[in-house]
Ligand binder design. Sequence first.
Ligand code: SAH
Length: 343
Amino acid sequence: MDFLIEKLYREKNLSDSELKTVIEGFGSPELLVKYADEVRQKYYGKKVYLRGLIEISSYCKNDCLYCGIRRSNNNAERYRLTREEIMSCCETGYELGFRTFVMQGGEDSYFTDDFMCSLITEIKQKYPDCAVTLSLGERSYKSYERLKNAGADRYLLRHETASPELYGKLHPKEMSFKNRVECLYNLRSLGYQVGAGFMVGVPFQTTEHIIEDLRFLQDLKPHMIGIGAFIPHHDTPFRNEKAGTLGLTLRLLGILRLMFPTALIPATTALGTLAPNGRELGLKTGCNVVMPNLSPVAVRKKYSLYDNKICTGEESAECRACLQRRIESAGYEISAERGDAII
Ligand code: SAH
């Protein structure tokens, strides 16, 4: 079935039935890795971009069935960072060479537009050479607009699944697939660099659902595509479900690189949680972004989306040094640039 991987490499697309064959593991992984790396090197050389991840809140009004910080998890320890703590993460991050700060959190109404706009303005004033990325879930068009005007450059909002039917099985009734998709298109039209993505191996997911995800991404054309294996959290309804596999995640990363040659594709923390060298394997299969944790060590364990999450005990400097070693051992190099998408 190597001819299908050849075809995907040449044409950046396949029919649904051909995609199904490749996703389900026909064709040699080595060939996919070889082409994925060739394509990433054509556009990005050996560069890997760093994003400093600041997990600003573990409060969340939503109740996603897979997520450890879901509202109804009474065992979750909740925290939110103060403005001073967030600024201090940025300061540490800047010294460590980060030129993108990603503020991510649960949907926490404490972080109003006024609060976020004034924070973003201060970060951009202090660090005009840095990009500000937000990952704060679903907000109104007006809110996204205000945050953009305050200086936010990018927004990460995984669509989670492009199948309304599967979306309904992973989320409570009050959450709407239609609204999530609308948010993504709103972000795009407001001029954000947008990141979308989905979980691999989430309960009830079939190959057909994954094909729907790929088609959705072809339509949205996001600048960044983040995928990661689903990993169960012991305090959620999915506690006894199986995790997604490293094999399928890597295969999909390779497919994504061939379908979206210029996309920014992170080697995620979930990949590193599945296997000690998961992120290195991701980098060799087309990934060109890593997101080291910049959150204060005291809160890291509390931002517990899934079990056994890595990098929860180290200082930011250690995290960065560890990732630098991993990136170099995989044969790539850290870029000191902001790392905007090249489309
Ligand atoms: N509230 C924000 C940030 C969510 S956390 C938002 O709605 O976008 C970031 C991502 O972690 C989610 O989009 C989801 O894809 C992933 N995630 C959550 N629970 C997970 C789990 N159990 N295993 C793997 N990934 C998970």
